[in-house]
Design a protein around this ligand. Structure first.
Ligand code: UD1
Ligand code: CA
Length: 486
């Protein structure tokens, strides 16, 4: 082991009582990712040799999420001894016994801290050969935080928790952010000496600082200027405010990368979304999950895409889509609903009040109005008339509808699946397609229309309709014998 090795210990055993939630605090989401996911991401970017997560509260759910996000993470279970000092002690015990490098301590509930900032902390720590280097911040209202106490010469002296502060110490506005770089050896030695004689009866990690100092070690506190980076999440008000700021930063990054965002105040883009240049995002749009949007596409207004892939120059308006693919140059919306596994081909169209689910539209296929297309395949260039419905569910099983290439389906058709329509076939308006249609055939089964002449005047006398009918007839006497004709 060399002194340049790095381990990250993430403290995530705390209760998070102020969240008032059944969900463990570190699993609450910000930017589409659990809080702990952001921290694991930072750890991964640091290239640490070992990453340890210290857990206790709701440990099974938290561990499952951690191993799902970062499978190589070492899990360390905190025992009943409370406090951040105990948490780090447990975390260090989970490292290989001969680990002798530097240890970065992060909190599972501080999502905005990035690897560049932590990397600088580690660099400063190594450059100055400190035993402990910590990030501090200046807060207008430091209530609740540990204060960084400095001597007359400005050198670091100790951290005193809010509850343990004298009146004079409470006036100090420099706070301990809870982000530290220790040399492993100094941390181990100091933690072994920490007691629990304090206002909260806990092992305070912050006491390690005074112990290292008393033992003649070197400590530096570096004040951060961007306080959001060390913002911890303790309640939902902080979660909301931090999520808003995080989103603002993500949008700013995309705008600097060549994406037009017409109204940043009403646009939400989650962390794992990717966007090409010259994409335009209209107001009221949410791009969530693993959504990707290729160059030149226009998304919105009022569109939510979750785990979707949008091709170049596609246009997606007033649409709700999940786990779907929208091909290049396709147009979707306004008012479309794409449920999982909808694949809209290149140049294809899904129009107004159309719902799709597990449906593949080939290149240039069109479902322009008022339709439900589920468990279906629509061939290239085929056009589905207004009001088409796939009756895909027989109450027990789902069945597929397959429509070939260059088909023209009339308005108000029902496909009673399983059913296949061959290439180049047509169907009349109102057809209920119960049987396969061969290529090139015209399918018809709407029953012949009967007109009962004069029915309205005879059966609805005195209504506006009867008067309009009489007027249209020019008050000519009614031919009673021809009352019914077809
Ligand atoms: C801690 C610091 C305080 C600092 C503040 C910054 C101590 C004693 N105090 O206070 O100086 O200003 O953070 O936000 O460290 N945790 C465990 N096990 C525990 C207790 C906590 O893993 O037994 C974890 C929590 O889940 C959390 C982190 O440690 O991720 C910080 O714990 P928290 O209780 O929020 O510390 P504070 O009292 O706020
Ligand atoms: Ca806290």
């Amino acid at each position: 082991m060399t002194a340049s090795e790095l381990a990250v210990v993430i403290l995530a055993a705390g209760k998070g009582t102020r969240m008032k939630s059944k969900t463990p605090k570190v699993l609450h989401r910000l930017g589409g990712v659990p809080l702990i996911g952001h921290v694991l991401h930072t750890a991964a970017e640091l290239g640490a040799r070992h990453t340890v997560a210290v857990v206790r509260h709701e440990r099974d759910a938290v561990v499952r999420a951690i191993l799902d996000l970062a499978p190589g993470t070492i899990i360390a279970d905190q025992d009943e001894v409370p406090g951040t000092g105990r948490a780090l002690e447990i975390g260090l015990e989970a490292l290989p016994a001969d680990f002798d490098g530097d240890v970065v301590v992060l909190s599972g509930d501080v999502p905005l801290l990035d690897s560049v900032t932590v990397g600088r902390l580690v660099e400063a720590h190594r450059g100055e050969r400190d035993d402990l280097t910590l990030l501090s911040a200046f807060y207008d209202d430091p209530t609740g935080f540990g204060r960084v106490i400095r001597g007359r010469d400005g050198a670091f002296e100790s951290i005193v928790e809010h509850k343990d502060c004298t009146d004079e110490q409470r006036r100090v506005t420099e706070i301990n952010s809870g982000v530290y770089a220790f040399t492993a050896r100094a941390a181990r030695e100091a933690l072994a000496k920490i007691g629990m004689q304090n206002a909260q009866g806990e092992k305070y990690l912050t006491d390690a600082a005074s112990i290292i100092k008393a033992d003649g070690g070197r400590i530096a506190a570096i004040a951060i200027t961007d306080n959001w980076l060390v913002q911890g999440i303790n309640d939902r008000a902080q979660l909301g405010a931090t999520a808003r700021e995080y989103n603002r930063r993500i949008l700013e990054r995309w705008m600097r990368d060549g994406v037009t965002i017409v109204d940043p105040d009403t646009t939400i883009i989650e962390r794992n979304v990717t966007i090409g240049t010259d994409v335009e995002i209209q107001p009221g749009t949410q791009l969530r999950g693993a959504t990707s949007v290729a160059e030149g596409a226009v998304i919105g207004p009022d569109t939510t895409l979750v785990d979707c892939e949008v091709g170049e120059n596609a246009v997606v308006k007033r649409t709700d889509a999940t786990l779907s693919v929208i091909g290049p140059n396709a147009t979707v919306g306004p008012w479309s609903y794409l449920r999982p596994n909808s694949v809209i081909g290149p140049g294809a169209k899904v129009g107004t009040f159309v719902e799709t689910k597990n449906a593949q539209l080939a290149e240039g296929a069109k479902v322009p109005h008022l339709s439900y297309i589920g468990d279906a395949e629509i061939g290239p260039r085929s056009n589905i008339g207004a009001g088409a419905i796939t009756a895909n569910y027989d109450g027990v099983q789902k069945h597929r509808t397959v429509v070939g290439a260059d088909v023209k389906i009339g308005s108000d058709n029902v496909f009673v699946a399983p059913v296949t329509v061959g290439d180049g076939a047509y169907s009349g308006a109102g057809t209920t397609i119960r049987k396969d249609v061969p290529a090139g055939a015209l399918a018809l089964n709407a029953s012949p229309q009967r007109n009962l002449a004069g029915w309205v005047e005879r059966h609805r006398a005195g209504t506006a309709a009867a008067e309009a009918a009489a007027k249209a007839r020019g008050d000519a006497p009614e031919d009673a014998t021809a009352a019914e004709s077809e």
